[in-house]
Design a protein. Structure first.
Length: 185
């Protein structure tokens, strides 16, 4: 069960720095966790969603094994309308991510290849990458590959973040100098 617990999700929090000169923004990292979501749920443990309590629903929501709309009191009861809107906004990045929680943004990628050479799963199928060399030929089980100057994800199910067993590997995200790779969970 522990391996199925969601990992913290990094989200961008936008703050307005100045009211007088329009909207200026500054990114600040915040980590979404189960308690942040739980606080916005009705906390009635009604079981309408099919889960034994709201915290169980929260954990499954972070793992993307349930959908927010399954918490019907959140949308049907007017007293929770504001919480529902905040919650939708809070978990929106989860919907953009692939099964592993990885988002690869082309506009930020500079094609450096760090993701290719640092990926442990790539190193198991293409040992030359563990020595800091790029891959000369596309291997059928490779995860990351740089093509036409941009990183691409090919065999996502080979990623260590893919179940089973799920591993909280974040090496590609940590080694990306432009933050083109973001792992949400």
């Amino acid at each position: 069960m522990l391996e199925k617990l969601p990992y913290l999700i990094e989200l961008q929090c936008i703050k307005c720095l100045s009211e007088s000169s329009g909207v200026k923004r500054m990114s600040e990292k915040k980590r979404l966790n189960a308690m942040m979501i739980y606080k916005l749920l009705p906390q009635t443990n009604c079981r309408i969603c099919g889960e034994p309590n709201c915290m169980a629903f929260t954990v499954k929501l972070l793992n993307r094994s349930v959908e927010l709309k399954q918490c019907t009191p959140l949308f049907d009861e007017e007293q929770y309308a504001e919480k529902a809107e905040k919650l939708k906004e809070l978990i929106a990045p989860l919907e953009l991510a692939k099964e592993t929680g990885i988002i690869l943004e082309d506009e930020k990628c500079i094609g450096c290849g760090n993701c290719v050479v640092c990926c442990p799963a790539n190193a198991t199928v293409a040992p030359e990458t563990s020595g800091g060399k790029g891959i000369k030929e596309a291997h059928p089980d490779i995860i990351f590959l740089v093509e036409k100057g941009l990183a691409r994800i090919y065999k996502l199910e080979r990623c260590r973040r893919y179940e089973p067993p799920r591993t909280n590997c974040r090496v590609c995200e940590m080694m990306c100098p432009t933050k083109a790779i973001e792992i949400l969970q």
